[in-house]
Every structure is written in structure tokens, then in C-alpha cells.
Design a protein around this ligand. Structure first.
Ligand code: MRU
Length: 350
């Protein structure tokens, strides 16, 4: 069977080249670009050429390797100083998705643990670690899909927001993973995808990849979700996450919180899917999650033209936080977690 993920590849290292699918060009163009310098990686993350929490982490890990691979350092201390500078730089690209910081810290720890080796060996170790982060993400996403399927059944219709698919991860996605696995099993699952203003990840990316995967998808504007739910045709909502706090509060693309409120009103289960690399036990509640605010033109110049008058005030938070009490279950690669999340999340890291 053709592997559709060959086409939906978000990020990969091939013959030493870091290649990403430029997601800002989708759905019109499928353009793969090579990121040669650490500045290219920072720029790609900042401008959402590569986006989605796990894919950002993977790109940053490879980016850190790229930053240090040509360093001519006489000893570990000199090498470490350069590595730390590059890591801090990459960490400044976006603030909310914790996978970015998780991946960079993991790379830093790996370098520190190898400090007694020579610099050339440490560089090889870092390349392998970045590859491992990518490969583990693929396995985690597959497991998330399998765990999510225990909550799904043949014939159901689900609604999703933003893009938490193959494009946002190494493969399969988180929220979209069960939809691909259901397809593999021959189940008939229908999907409604919110377009996800302002940057339209739902319209541009989710429908694009689900179409490629042969999954039945219907696009709606964000403000149609309540009406669709009121018709009784949505059996479940499943979304990804950028950071889950220790109490289960979950940051995800702006608009997710509103969907969770609507789900409660309409008595529809609301699932958050994410790998353990997105769970941040150092962040106690959602109030402590830094929320990225992006440029006003994303809101006032939608669809490639001015859609609001020049000079109008704009508020453009890229994420919101869904309080844990609105989340029916958090689906990870290690299982399906239920309330109280303070306990079920803590158990994952025992
Ligand atoms: O701004 P983006 O496109 O990076 O936001 C992405 C999301 O909010 C995703 O839902 C989240 O990162 C989970 S991806 C598996």
C-alpha cells in the first residue's frame, strides 16, 4: 500500500540535509526546502514553515545539530558555549509549544553526558539524538492513534481544530492519528475540520492531508461549529495540544477553548491528544503557560489582502487554554488519562 506520509512529511534529515515541507505554501504548492543554517531553522519555526508542537521540537533538535556540526572547538567547554548559545537562540523562536524546549533540553543533556568524548564524537551523538527524537515521535503518534481508537467506533463523526496531523508531527499526527488508523481498519469515520482563523491551519493543512489520506473531511468556518454540534451530527471532538500543565489544563490553537465550552453545552466528549513530550509538569496550571501573540496583519490582512481598515487595533493570541474540567480525556502514547489529571498525569512520570 502506498504510504501517504511520504507526501505529508513535515521534517526529515536526508544525507545530512535538513529538509522541511514549507507549510506556508500549502495547499497550493508542495515545496520542500533545505534549511542550511541555524538561522534558517529559527526563521522556519517563527514563520510557521514548520509548525505543530512535535514538529517544532524535531526541527529544533536537528537545528541544534546543524548549528554545531561545523564548530571548530578545541575542547568541550568551548563547544558547549557555542551549543548553549544556539540552543537559547532556537528557544526564542516560539514560546508556547513546550516540545521546543523539551527537545532542546534533551539535546543539551545528551551533550553534557558525553563531555568526556572528543568534539567529533559528540557531534555524531547529537545527530543520532535528533533522529531518535524524530523516530520516537512517529512511534508515539501511532500509539496515540491506537489508544484514541478505543474511544471511537465505526461510523462516527468527529470535529477537529487547527492541524494536529502528520504535518504537525513526524508522522500520523496526534488528533488525526486515530482517523488514519481507522481508515487502515476500513472504518467509516467522517471529519469536520474548522478552518482555524487567522492562519487557516484547518483549511489549508488538515483538509489537505486528510484528503490525501482518503479520509472523508468537510471544511467549516470556525463560527459554524456551534450550529453543526446543535444538529447532533458530531459524536466527539478531538484536538492536539501545545502544552499540557500538571493539572491537565491544555494550551492549543486559539479557538480550542470555545469548542470545549460548546462541547460541554452539547454533551459531546472533548478529547485532547498529545505525546508525553507535550506534558509540562513544571507548569502547574494553564495560567502559567506563555501564550504567543502574533502580528496584527495576520488578523487584519487575511486571505492575502486587507480585510480590516488600516490602523485598527488588533488582538492576536495564537493559543488559548482549555481548563481541565472541560476535557473528557487526555490521550497519550501511554494510555487514555481521565480526571483527576493531577494524579493521572503525575503517574506517567513516576
Ligand atoms: O501555530 P501552530 O500551527 O504551530 O499551532 C499548532 C497547534 O495548535 C496544534 O494543534 C498543536 O501544536 C498540536 S500538533 C500535534
Amino acid at each position: 500500500m502506498e504510504n501517504i506520509f511520504d507526501k505529508i512529511l513535515s521534517v526529515k534529515m536526508e544525507d545530512g540535509d535538513l529538509i522541511i515541507l514549507d507549510q506556508t505554501k500549502l495547499p497550493e504548492e508542495t515545496t520542500f526546502i533545505t534549511l542550511e543554517k541555524v538561522e534558517d531553522v529559527w526563521d522556519a519555526i517563527f514563520h510557521l514553515k514548520v509548525r505543530g508542537a512535535p514538529a517544532i521540537g524535531i526541527a529544533a533538535a536537528y537545528g541544534l545539530y546543524i548549528a554545531v556540526r561545523n564548530i571548530d572547538a578545541p575542547d568541550f567547554d568551548a563547544f558547549w558555549a557555542e551549543l548553549k548559545k544556539a540552543s537559547d537562540y532556537l528557544a526564542s523562536s516560539r514560546p508556547t509549544a513546550v516540545n521546543l524546549f523539551w527537545a532542546l533540553k534533551r539535546m543539551e543533556r545528551k551533550a553534557l553526558a558525553a563531555k568526556d568524548k572528543n568534539v567529533a564524537e559528540i557531534k555524531d551523538i547529537l545527530k543520532e539524538e535528533a533522529q531518535l527524537i524524530r523516530d520516537e515521535d512517529e512511534a508515539m503518534c501511532r500509539a496515540i492513534g491506537e489508544n484514541a481508537l478505543t474511544l471511537f467506533r465505526d461510523g462516527m463523526t468527529v470535529l477537529t481544530h487547527c492541524n494536529a496531523g502528520g504535518l504537525a508531527t513526524a508522522q500520523y499526527g496526534t488528533a488525526l492519528s486515530p482517523l488514519y488508523l481507522a481508515k487502515e481498519k476500513g472504518w467509516d469515520i467522517k471529519v469536520y475540520a474548522d478552518e482555524t482563523r487567522p492562519l487557516l491551519q484547518g483549511a489549508r493543512l488538515t483538509t489537505w492531508e486528510l484528503q490525501k489520506g482518503g479520509v472523508d473531511v468537510t471544511l467549516i468556518c470556525d463560527n459554524m461549529a456551534a450550529m453543526v454540534m446543535s444538529k447532533g451530527i458530531i459524536d466527539a471532538i478531538i484536538v492536539g495540544c501545545d502544552r499540557v500543565a500538571a493539572n491537565g489544563d491544555a494550551a492549543n490553537k486559539i479557538g480550542t477553548y470555545g469548542l470545549a465550552v460548546l462541547a460541554k453545552y452539547h454533551n459531546i466528549p472533548f478529547y485532547v491528544a498529545g505525546p508525553t513530550s507535550t506534558i509540562d509538569m513544571d507548569t502547574k496550571t494553564g495560567m502559567d503557560i506563555p501564550i504567543e501573540e502574533r502580528k496584527e496583519c495576520e488578523v487584519s490582512c487575511g486571505f492575502g489582502k486587507r480585510t480590516a481598515p488600516e490602523g485598527v487595533k488588533v488582538f492576536n493570541p495564537a493559543f488559548d487554554v482549555t481548563p481541565n474540567e472541560l476535557i473528557t480525556a487526555i490521550i497519550t502514547e501511554k494510555g487514555v488519562l481521565k480526571q483527576p489529571y493531577t494524579e493521572s498525569l503525575a503517574k506517567l512520570f513516576e
